[in-house]
Design a binder for this molecule. Structure first.
Ligand code: APR
Length: 309
């Protein structure tokens, strides 16, 4: 039986880390594509040389030629420019839209049956662009943001309560950034709602830190944005799909009336399996949460309007 094939479009910080994680988890063979000559080849070789030490069997190919991605099961797009200090994700819009247009055309040509995971920012507008440009059904174009934002929230909660991260589940809906909607009442520690364990004022601070999580790291790094946690998040999504786990994860999905929103990518809980998004889970929101989600959708709509998708 052939191994799964995973194509990574963009072999920068996230692309390279993704390749390594996918190898460590033995999810399949990896093709790393980038327009920069030598970078995908060097990273692919370096990771392949780590495989005997870490005991994983997978083929790693670095390439500047799209034909190598032919027949991929999952394509993860990280191509684009990351932000620098002082920039918002939205500042990347026009540059990354041009890159996305080029990338999606090639993905459709060489891997027409793949499931596309979009990581490039601004995430929701890029996911919407990929969906519109690809002509794929909505279940095969998924944006990565919610798993990352939830992971950040979980890390902060675990640190606050000095408990294992494994005890903490958290749900973050909506956009990536200011319009994120962390659902505190659905976030638990060993099954106990965090609202019973953390005082409201302190919880509000953790929520704000989650919203600013990406910017906090950009400020430290100065020359780029976060890549370890984003790579882990995209790997979890790819694993759920490739292993047909039917795992419920917060993802950017194209809504067609769910949560009262139509025709836009918004962060909602999705069941991921071999077909991609197999179900959008609808949970009851309070009026306040629904208003926050609508605000996220409005922000996505505005950005999509600028690039006409
Ligand atoms: N086709 C393929 N790759 C491209 C293209 C293109 N048209 N244009 C740029 N790239 C590549 C760059 O050469 C670079 O190697 O995309 C890679 C991006 O890598 P980094 O600059 O290291 O950025 P990274 O930190 O990986 O983030 C990638 O994900 O989280 C988002 O905001 C982030 O949009 C950014 C993206």
């Amino acid at each position: 039986m052939a191994r799964n094939k995973i194509a990574l479009i963009g072999a920068g910080q996230i692309g390279g880390t993704l390749a390594h994680l996918i190898g460590l988890k033995q999810l399949g063979d990896v093709v790393l594509f980038d327009v920069m000559e030598g970078v995908p080849q060097g990273k692919a070789l370096d990771i392949a040389e780590s495989s005997p030490v870490n005991d994983f069997d997978a083929r790693f190919t670095g390439t500047n030629s799209y034909d190598a991605i032919e027949g991929a099961d999952v394509c993860i797009v990280t191509a684009g420019v990351p932000r620098k200090p002082g920039m918002s994700r939205d500042d990347l819009l026009n540059t990354n839209y041009k890159i996305m247009s080029d990338v999606v055309g090639k993905v459709v040509k060489y891997s027409p049956d793949c499931i596309l995971i979009v990581v490039s920012n601004p995430l929701y507008a890029m996911a919407q662009a990929a969906y519109k440009l690809s002509g794929f059904p909505r279940e095969r174009v998924i944006g990565m943001a919610g798993v990352l934002d939830s992971a950040r929230f979980r890390a902060f909660i675990a640190d606050e309560l000095k408990v294992s991260v494994e005890n903490v589940t958290a749900f973050v809906l909506g956009g990536h950034g200011d319009t994120m909607v962390p659902l505190s009442r659905y976030s638990t520690v060993a099954g106990i709602p965090i609202t019973e364990l953390i005082a409201p004022d302190r919880l509000a601070q953790l929520v704000q830190r989650t919203r600013d999580g990406g910017a906090e790291i950009v400020k430290y790094l100065k020359t780029g944005s976060a890549y370890y946690a984003p790579s882990s998040a995209a790997t979890e999504m790819a694993e759920a799909i490739l292993k047909d786990k039917k795992k419920i994860l917060p993802c950017a999905a194209y809504l067609e009336g769910e949560y009262g929103i139509k025709g836009l990518y918004v962060g909602v809980p999705c069941k991921l399996g071999e077909k991609g998004i197999e179900q959008i889970i609808q949970i009851k929101l309070t009026a306040e949460e629904q208003a926050a989600l609508n605000k996220s959708a409005d922000a996505v709509k505005e950005l999509c309007g600028v690039i006409g998708v």
